[in-house]
Design a protein around this ligand. Structure first.
Ligand code: LR7
Ligand code: MN
Length: 593
């Protein structure tokens, strides 16, 4: 659906740079043991581990959810869009704090706990594939900064739960000097007492950023293959074998899974289309459709796809090859640019980069990055400058044409990286463009514009479930726009029903959107859940525009976890708002066809 496309877009922020050398302190674990047999899914951590506040909160929340979560011993969770329902101020606090600190719904993340099933999003043909028995074993490196504990531990447990033990050499967690108390204390305890001893925790003494952070993680690794993951992922069924297989065949192959989407608002796991990585001259990563020529082959939809670039966070690579190829540019700070740098380097220096459709890993896509950099500078620009100067030859002019202010900007010392490029005997950037990314448009005297053939993916429109009026039982009024229904940002109110007025007709569709007069969607502010709902352009990514009809005639807003309510049923103003669902009369609605 259109969800996918909206969510796959990055929001790029201004970041800062920090350039110091780095040190890190490995934490030796006590004698850890696997707490529960595989497939035994506790909802929340139990046992001796001391996870005071947060865990207590989680348990309380869990209990208050009643029938939404099943037997805590079996621990299976019946996932529903109403998972984020707010019952009290504490819930509200967890939700709001979560959005502030992590830019996703931490209330739902906590309620899900550390294990959950995810839908198998692979093409059916993937299930028939078999993989060699003698695959190399992997070191999974997860670097994190101020991650929500439940999201991080779900990442870890998804790996433990869905990776054959003989293929999982170890998991290396790199704490990039997080400031959050639970990560400092509770995580350490948890790793020591609840995880197998092959899960290690390394702590950076100061913030390094994800690039040096991953290098530190890799330097501790001893498995044959490195697998990098972001700290808010969930790996899917049979995710690792399809990644290891092409590396076993050719150690200079670097592979990425298809990155499925975990909604930041609902934590719903959904399938991504198979696309490949590209970039624009602003040096931002982007997704491209796969040229038809790449898809023709006997293996069809399950065949690996050559990708000009990777998104950055999720990939597997032979460990020795990672070192030979120059790891990362340690002069890059915090966030950004390293994904294109390593992509160019792989292709230009004799390797290749593939996306493996049969390997799927979910990632929480956020609408904003919830952290900055220590100095407050734009690390994306700093890092991009470094990669442009080292790898892009005369084509760096394309970048400067868009960012003239960066032409004179200091980007530090790149001698080592230039030498690396020479030593590895890498090809030119022109070669890369001509052979690996011919679709890239180049402006200027040597402009050329090849026309690739893409598969035609018609955008699916969500199916209409019902069309009619939104009738408020207590006041006998209908929900309408306060002004004109085409006015973006307009409020909604209850008014006398007029059964001939198109402006009172709502559509409710399979994406749970409420669309007035086929124009705008009923929407709420995610960060300020006390704001009244408004009519906004439909964005198709659920969350703030997702509504469900539930018991007691309630109309539930998925991302704020509350119900639509008429503020003062006696007032002629008819204002509506969202509030904790309590089943009371002001919260009762009928959708009438
Ligand atoms: O200072 C930091 N220290 C860290 O350890 C900043 C971040 N991090 C950690 C962070 O906790 C997370 O686990 O690094 C990881 C990546 O950071 P995110 O999740 O904020 O990044 P992102 O998902 O927004 O950005 C994408 O691009 C980045 C460019 O530097 C990285 O390559 C990310 O790994 C990458 N994520 C993905 O590729 C997932 C799919 C996204 C898409 C498309
Ligand atoms: Mn991420």
């Amino acid at each position: 659906t259109s969800v996918t496309w909206t969510l796959l877009l990055f929001v790029y922020f201004n970041f800062s740079e920090e350039n110091q050398s780095f040190k890190n302190v490995p934490i030796k674990g006590l004698e850890p043991q696997r707490p529960f047999p595989k497939k035994f899914y506790p909802r929340f951590t139990r046992g001796p581990i001391h996870v005071p506040e947060l865990q207590q909160k989680e348990n309380k929340i869990g209990n208050s959810l009643g029938n939404h979560i099943q037997d805590p011993v079996k621990g299976e969770i019946e996932f529903s869009p109403e998972m984020g329902m707010i019952f009290n101020e504490e819930d509200q606090e967890v939700r709001d704090l979560g959005y502030q600190k992590h830019a996703f719904n931490m209330l739902i993340s906590n309620r899900l706990g550390y294990h959950r099933e995810v839908p198998d999003t692979r093409d059916a043909k993937c299930r028939e594939k078999s993989y060699p028995a003698d695959l190399p074993s992997a070191s999974v490196v997860i670097c994190f900064y101020n991650e929500a504990l439940s999201a991080l531990l779900r990442t870890v447990h998804s790996v433990l739960d869905r990776t054959p033990p003989q293929l999982l050499h170890e998991i290396i967690l790199v704490d990039d000097n997080s400031e959050l108390a639970d990560l400092k204390k509770d995580l350490g305890d948890y790793v020591k007492t609840q995880l197998p001893k092959t899960t290690k925790l390394v702590r950076n003494e100061k913030r390094e950023g994800l690039i040096r952070g991953r290098m530190i993680g890799a330097s501790h690794a001893t498995g044959k293959v490195l697998v990098f993951l972001d700290s808010h992922c969930e790996v899917n069924e049979m995710w690792l074998q399809p990644l290891l297989t092409p590396i076993r065949e050719d150690r200079r192959t670097v592979v990425c899974p298809v990155i499925d989407i975990i909604s930041a608002d609902t934590l719903t796991y959904s399938s991504s289309p198979v696309v490949r990585g590209g970039f624009n001259w602003g040096l931002h990563f982007k997704w491209d459709l796969v040229p038809l020529s790449e898809l023709e082959g006997p293996e069809g939809a399950t065949a690996p796809i050559k990708s000009p670039t990777m998104a950055g966070g999720l990939f597997a690579m032979d460990r020795e090859y990672f070192n030979e190829l120059g790891q990362y540019d340690s002069g890059m700070d915090i966030w950004g640019g390293e994904n294109l740098e390593i992509s160019f380097r792989i292709w230009m220096c004799g390797g290749r980069l593939l996306i493996i459709p049969c390997s799927r890993v979910g990632h929480i896509f956020r609408k904003r990055r919830p952290y900055g950099s220590p100095g407050g500078q734009d690390t994306m620009a700093h890092n991009s400058l470094r990669l442009a100067h080292v790898w892009m030859d005369e084509y760096k002019e394309q970048y400067f044409a868009l960012r003239p202010e960066l032409r004179m900007r200091n980007y530090g010392n790149i001698t080592d990286r230039v030498e690396l490029r020479k030593r590895l005997n890498c090809k030119s950037f022109k070669w890369y463009l001509d052979n690996i990314y011919p679709e890239m448009q180049i402006s200027g005297p040597n402009a050329k514009a090849p026309q690739p053939v893409f598969i035609n993916r018609a955008q699916k429109r969500p199916k209409v479930i019902q069309r009619g009026r939104l009738y408020h039982l207590q006041t006998n009024k209908c929900l309408v726009a306060q002004g004109h229904p085409s006015q973006k940002g307009g409020l909604v109110v209850v008014r006398e029903c007029d059964y001939n007025d198109q402006n009172q007709v709502w559509i409710y569709n399979e994406d749970h959107e409420l669309i007035l007069n086929n124009l705008l969607c009923l929407d709420v502010s995610e960060t300020r859940s006390s704001d009244p709902p408004r009519l906004m352009k439909c964005h198709g990514s659920g969350g703030s525009q997702q509504w469900t009809f539930g018991k007691n005639n309630r109309l539930y807003q998925v991302s704020v976890g509350q119900c639509l309510k008429v503020v003062d049923p006696l007032s002629h103003k008819g204002y509506v708002t969202v509030a904790i669902c309590d089943g009371s009369l002001p919260q009762q609605w009928h959708f009438e066809s």
